[in-house]
Design a protein around this ligand. Structure first.
Ligand code: PLP
Length: 390
């Protein structure tokens, strides 16, 4: 069988074997319900609390229940639920400010709020995906209930100054949420200064399991449960705890904390090798994003005059998995909302691919891509009606 070269780690990651070992006993051996009176189930609660401590350790949060206040770490089903829950927890104002490059977990949700009568403002970006701060300063006002700004963008990898945005929100008495699904585990995230009210993270983006996430809720911030039911998570989220996935997330966070500095160095070296190899061997390409502030693992590259999907299917023939900057909507291939917001020209936006790396990738895998990509691009351009040799 052809070896898979997996370069789609912003979509999801391989469960780390160390993480898998940690979660395994909680399927067939220690499968009791953590809320049980009997110790077979009840003893699992201590493991959940240990996972909460491990998650908190990675992001500088407090995992303990204190003075009748619940822990700052709330387990959810993933990034999407955490994003929804944060937006639902807002105070009695009718305006939401977010950015035009958010994940659909935020953008689709705020569209619903707009239908329900909220004023929703989307902060625009420039050609490198950098935020328009003047717009943010103007629109975050005394009517604003909540501001939501992602920590890192999933398509182009830009890392945003969320603390600055949080200060703008707080000056106006608004809450601040950040979708840090693509940041946690990849770049340092430290909430110990108390500047952030809510933060979303997701297990499957950092070598944990799918279907688990966390909403960080700063101590003292009012929270209204999105999912009501049993008394789990101190009444803040009903539903039996997903114990194996919680244990996995704890372990994944512990490993990320331990290895982060080393990984940032090795991933950015791999990413730079990939980008410089592409730029040197292929004409009319553009690397998207902010070179001064981006994730170490993400590369978004536009190739003029061809379709990203065609590149991906040819890479797929070599066992190489990447993703495109386009979303297929109702049969028509539209460039992604992020590239459109950046004003990437149509002929480039369509030919965009995203390569997202992880600690399991190697220099040999990058070399394989650099070996096959120039031919793929040449072949596709030779049949493209838009391509003219300059
Ligand atoms: N937010 C961002 C920035 C993401 O990249 C993703 C997943 O791609 C999500 C939210 C959704 O996370 P989940 O898949 O855990 O629901």
């Amino acid at each position: 069988m052809k070896k898979t070269i997996y370069f789609d780690n912003n979509a999801t990651t391989q469960v780390d074997p160390e993480v898998f070992e940690a979660m395994k006993p909680f399927f067939c051996e220690r499968y009791g319900n953590a809320s049980s009176i009997h110790s077979f189930g009840g003893s699992v609660m201590a493991e959940i609390e240990e996972a909460r401590r491990q998650v908190a350790g990675l992001i500088g949060a407090d995992f303990r229940d204190k003075d009748n206040c619940a822990s700052e770490i709330l387990f959810t089903s993933g990034g999407t639920e955490s994003d929804n829950a944060a937006l639902a927890a807002q105070p009695e104002r009718k305006k939401i400010v977010t950015t035009c490059v958010e994940h659909p977990a935020i953008l689709t949700t705020v569209r619903e709020y707009a239908r329900a009568g909220y004023e929703v403002k989307l902060i625009p970006v420039d050609g490198s995906g950098r935020l328009d701060w003047a717009f943010a300063e103007k629109e975050i006002d005394g009517n604003t209930a909540i501001v939501s700004c992602m920590w890192a963008n999933n398509e182009i990898g830009n890392v945003y100054d969320v603390k600055r945005m949080a200060r703008l929100a707080h000056q106006q008495g608004a809450l601040f949420h950040t979708d840090a699904v693509q940041a946690v585990g990849k770049v340092p995230v430290d909430l110990s200064d108390g500047e952030i009210d809510f933060l979303s993270l997701s297990g499957h983006k950092l070598h944990g399991a799918k279907g688990i996430g966390v909403l960080y809720i700063r101590r003292g911030v009012r929270f209204k449960p999105l999912i009501t039911g049993g008394h789990q998570e101190r009444g803040r989220r009903g539903g039996t705890e997903n114990v194996p996935a919680i244990i996995a997330l704890g372990k994944a966070c512990e490993i990320a904390r331990r290895d982060m500095a080393e990984e940032i160095a090795s991933l950015s070296a791999l990413r730079d090798k990939l980008e410089s190899g592409i730029v040197q061997s292929i004409p009319r390409v553009h690397v998207n994003g902010d070179p001064d502030s981006r994730l170490p693992n993400t590369s978004s590259v536009s190739f003029e005059c061809i379709e990203g999907e065609a590149i991906l299917s040819m890479l797929n023939c070599y066992g190489i998995c990447a993703s495109s900057g386009s979303a297929c909507t109702t049969g028509s291939l539209e460039p992604s909302h992020v590239l459109r917001a950046m004003g990437v020209p149509y002929t480039s936006a369509h030919g965009t691919i995203r390569v997202s790396l992880s600690k399991f990738n190697t220099a040999e895998e990058v070399e394989k891509v650099l070996e096959v990509l120039p031919d793929i691009i040449r072949t596709l351009r030779s049949i493209s009606p838009f391509w003219e040799e300059k």
